[in-house]
Design a protein around this ligand. Sequence first.
Ligand code: 2P0
Length: 329
Amino acid sequence: MVERILADRVREPSRTIGRGQASVNIALCKYWGKRNRELNLPFNSSLSVTLPGMDVETELLPGSGDRDEIELCGPGGTLPDDAADRVSGFLDLFRPRPDFRFRVRTRSSVPPAAGLASSAAAFASLVRALDDLFQWRLGPRELSILARLGSGSACRSMYRGVVIWHAGVRNDGMDSFAEPLNIGWEALRIGVVMISASRKGVGSRPGMDHTVETSPLFACWPETAERDLAAILGALEARDLERLGVAAECNALCMHATMIAARPPLVYWTAQTVTAMRTVWELRRAGCPVYFTIDAGPNLKLLYAAGETAAVRRAFGEIRECAPLAANE
Ligand code: 2P0
């Protein structure tokens, strides 16, 4: 696949340093489960919004010695060995020669492995840095396919705003790519309720494989997700927060239900996660339209309109907030 995308592009670095940047994305309709593990091909299409300001920047240089040098600056400190191995494994796809080494310097404004999709932004920014270092000048669709090979959800971090990742049907994965949808929504807010920033026990990758292999509820997930995606897209186009919030919340809970039904069960929530979910439902009962989504971690991402910021802060404290679909973002 890489051969096909790079075709006649040069395979030697064209500059001394390549740079890339990408922001994390939060799925409103989730990706969970692969029909092909090697190519990160999903069972269902998914839809996300990119969160500006929660960024990963990558610098890529030719390295030396007998292994890649991978540095991570920012919250969370150094990259654990397994994550560095995953980056090196991905870089294997692009080495001009087997003994060619890369030096990767990554700066992140989000903690890794806290269910905030920092790996999506990391692989998207790494692919941009590769494109810059080698001066391939690939189009966004090709870049999104390459990012997908690093981490499925990374293909969505190739764009700002609302992004759809088409699951595709082909075995070679060439029709499984992300593209942006031109939807503005000045008032929409996403607030991150950080319950824990520590590394999760089970990564998304083994977590989704385990769910596919053992959860009796997984069989109905792909179809449910495709239906949710249509509802979420319709709600975004209509700027209808209630429809959006209900569909996104149900989609997240349905994904977690498939995990909880896995054998043994996979539960990313803590007691505080459940408490926060109940707080959201209480706020709604009290007339404050706020909704949540939860990824493969304990943290909640809240969806609400700008006018509810004060009420949300009264309930959850000083949460990190952004306006992902505002015109000036
Ligand atoms: C998502 N997640 O759609 C879902 C929701 C987590 C829960 O995409 O194995 O890190 O690299 O393809 O992309 C996390 O999975 O997994 C993820 P790989 P990835 O955002």
